[in-house]
Design a protein around this ligand. Structure first.
Ligand SMILES: [Zn+2]
Length: 496
């Protein structure tokens, strides 16, 4: 406890510094002009085109809830087809990976071929547009487009582009980096890859049996952890996993941009897979300064996710006690009324905080339905645990937006928050657009939007020195931005 207080006191000092810096009269005037300009954009009917211009240029610190494979746009995945020697089955829109089938297709005359290369996909507009409707939410809201249940469409996209998203990491990361620089984002913490796991049916059976007996479950996990730690194959798979991430990350960081990685477990798998994947995830995070945290992903409303939710939280508690300095961000409460029976909406954020010990909460949209909502908000506020808000994703997948989004509650009760993208490739947006949505719907003042940008560095899973570096970078980016907006405002005055 004492150590924790010292660390947070240190952080408070680190973050007091930029605010406390004496500003010159010019920068203070620019900031005030920017605040006035912004206020005029949200007054009355929000001027969304002008807000788009404003937020595309505004420095946005970092993106802390970001899935690598869901952030790459489908267009780039089509480019990856040729790179991997695959082709697209134009009847199913799935990627063909079987070499014998691909060779047989290539031997056919073009008119009879059902499997298309990258160039052939681009040349066939019908196939290309149909592909975009399956590999992303492109055209979803348009008349005549495919309209399966949006959550199903969303989660199925990963199956379509899976074969090419699990390779070509360097190209994928470079594109994400360039896009981030283009919209003035300096840091991304991406959920990159699932950490390796082992299948153990005996562990599964026993875990379900011990699910509500904490002592027996801890003993069971302790026993298998000891076995895994002696298992040369398991150790090697964790080392290989770390090396693969380092290989992919080579050449990404520079003075303009920094990227760090979270590993994750998939909550749809059996307990032994989830637990061993969590073990390798914690160990990988311990081994590498590029891997800064562990997460849990997968649709939360499925039968397995719901059945094993509490079990997964206890697994996190067990490993967090052994690796207290490994950070965990958790998808928790990404559920809307009707997704599951009502009692299923009543405890996920609570358990992620109280049992698992989450350092950040992802989504948290079932808040208003949770039995301990008030205590959750009090704890997040007191322990300085932020919620990661993903407006586009929540609106598309869960139908939660506007006054129905619990950001209204989090803000009202002083819970820190960050704005993030989730899967900007699948839902086809940008971090800038998330700021536009936030500003136009909730109309916070400029000071709050600026603080939100700084918060995405403050709550990053980075060492204090790195946060200080990125905070200083943000200071100078804001100084430039505010100077530009002040001149824009002058230009506007001149045009009148
Ligand atoms: Zn997510």
């Amino acid at each position: 406890m004492h150590i924790k207080l010292t660390a947070s006191a240190l952080l408070a000092l680190a973050f007091a510094a930029p605010q406390a810096l004496a500003k010159g009269p010019a920068s203070t005037a620019n900031e005030a002009a920017t605040a006035r300009h912004y206020a005029s954009l949200i007054a009355g009917e929000p001027k969304t085109a002008e807000l788009t211009l404003f937020f595309t240029q505004m420095p946005k610190g970092g993106d802390l809830h970001h899935h690598y494979s869901g952030s790459v746009y489908a267009e780039q995945y089509v480019d990856f087809l040729d790179k991997q020697g695959y082709c697209l089955n134009k009847l199913t829109y799935r990627i063909e990976t079987n070499k014998a089938v691909i060779d047989a297709e290539r031997a056919k005359p073009a008119a009879e071929r059902n499997c298309l290369s990258t160039a052939e996909v681009y040349a066939d507009d019908y196939t290309y547009r149909e592909l975009l409707q399956r590999w992303s939410n492109k055209d979803f809201a348009n008349h005549g487009a495919l309209q399966p249940p949006p959550d199903r469409l969303f989660f199925q996209t990963f199956g379509y582009f899976g074969p090419v998203s699990n390779a070509n990491f360097r190209e994928g990361l470079q594109e994400l980096k360039q896009r981030a620089i283009g919209e003035n984002v300096g840091y991304i913490e991406t959920m990159f890859k699932m950490s390796p796991f082992v299948v153990n049916p005996d562990f599964d059976k026993l875990a379900w049996h011990n699910a509500s007996d904490d002592k027996a479950l801890d003993a069971q996990m302790g026993a298998w952890l000891a076995v895994l730690e002696q298992d040369a194959g398991f150790r090697q798979s964790t080392t290989d996993f770390v090396n693969k991430i380092h290989e992919a990350a080579a050449g990404i960081d520079d003075e303009r941009f920094t990227m760090r990685f979270q590993t994750y477990v998939l909550r749809l798998l059996n307990p032994s897979q989830v637990f061993s994947s969590m073990v390798s995830g914690f160990k990988a995070a311990k081994m590498s300064d590029k891997i800064v945290g562990v997460n849990i992903v997968g649709q939360e409303s499925t039968m397995v996710s719901m059945r094993d939710y509490a079990l997964h939280m206890k697994m996190f508690r067990f490993l967090k006690a052994r690796y207290p300095d490994v950070k965990i961000a958790m998808h928790a409460g990404e559920l809307a009324l009707g997704d599951v029976p009502p009692e299923g909406l009543s405890f996920h954020i609570d358990q992620a905080l109280v049992i698992a010990g989450a350092d950040r909460i992802g989504h948290g949209i079932d808040l208003a339905h949770e039995s301990n909502a008030a205590a959750i908000m009090a704890k997040m506020r007191k322990d300085d645990i932020p919620v990661e808000v993903n407006l586009t994703s929540n609106a598309f997948i869960s139908g939660i937006e506007g006054a129905n989004h619990p950001i209204t509650l989090y803000r009202k009760y002083g819970v820190p928050y960050v704005i993030s993208t989730d899967d900007a490739g699948v839902t086809r947006h940008t971090l800038s657009n998330e700021y536009v949505l936030f500003a136009s719907r909730y109309k916070p003042d400029y000071a709050e939007m600026k603080k939100t940008s700084y918060n995405s560095i403050r709550y990053a899973f980075l060492p204090v020195a790195e946060k200080q570096r990125l905070t200083r970078q943000l200071d100078s980016r804001f100084a430039r931005f505010e100077a530009n907006i002040a001149s824009l405002a002058k230009l506007q005055a001149g045009a009148k």
